[in-house]
Every structure is written in C-alpha cells, then in structure tokens.
Design a protein around this ligand. Sequence first.
Ligand code: FES
Length: 157
Amino acid sequence: MMHADDIKLINKELKKFPDNQKQSAVIAALRIVQTRHGWLSHKHISDVANYLGMPEIAAMEVATFYNMFNLESKGKYQITVCTNISCMLRNSAEIVNHLEKKLGIGFGEVTKDKKFSLKEGECMGACGGAPLCLVNNHTMHEHLTIEKIDKLIAGLK
Ligand code: FES
C-alpha cells in the first residue's frame, strides 16, 4: 500500500502522459516512493507496478537498471561520491579515504547507527564541480575538500 501523499505526487506525474501510457511515469513513481522510504523493497516496486498497471518485472527492470535506485536499506543519509575520471583527477580518492575513515565504513556499507551509508557514484554530469558528492540523491556538494566533508558530516549528525 503506497502512502497517500506519494499517490498524490504520482498522479501529478501521470498528468504528463496519455491515459494509456501510465507506465511512462515509472521512473518518477519509483523516485517518489524511494524518497519516502530511502530505498525500494520488492513490495514497493510491486506496488508501483500495480498502480501504473504494468508488469511487475518491467518496473523491476527499471529499478535495477538505474544506479540511483537503492534496492537495499541504506543509512538515513546516503553519501554518493563520484569517482569517475574528472572527480578522480581532482582527487576524489582522498575524499573517499577520509569519509571511510571518519564513518568507519566502505562503499556499500551502513554505519552501525544506520545514520550514514556510502555509495560509489558514476559521473553526475557536473564535472566542473569535481570532486563532488550527492546526499540522498538530492543535495550536491561540489569542490569537496577534507574541511568541507567534516563540515558536511557535522551538519548531518
Ligand atoms: S566525473 Fe564526477 S561529476 Fe563527472
């Protein structure tokens, strides 16, 4: 059962497409549900598929294809650090090392208090701001330094 507020948001997305093309809103619907729960369980994906009148497997294919969908429970704050070429050249490895030491976790892991998780990200098309990270797929932090990371983590605690 989806949250009433999520249904309202999904219905708003559905207005962008013809009535017989509801499945076109699947990415938006999955994003809306993930924003509420922090991740997508099989049940969440199934609920979205049923609501949009599409096969469950088709919704699952979308959820498993895109890197920004989480198929496992994550920390309250998921920090995705881009490690692609521009960020790598601007020393994203130092940022990753610092985050790993500070939080005591590596990529794909969650802190014991479930507050933070780390994820390795692909190029986010914002290379001019390298090195960078994204918090909960919504807030981008650019031109990262050790000092900026410390401030960011302190602000999220
Ligand atoms: S390489 Fe990191 S944003 Fe493009």
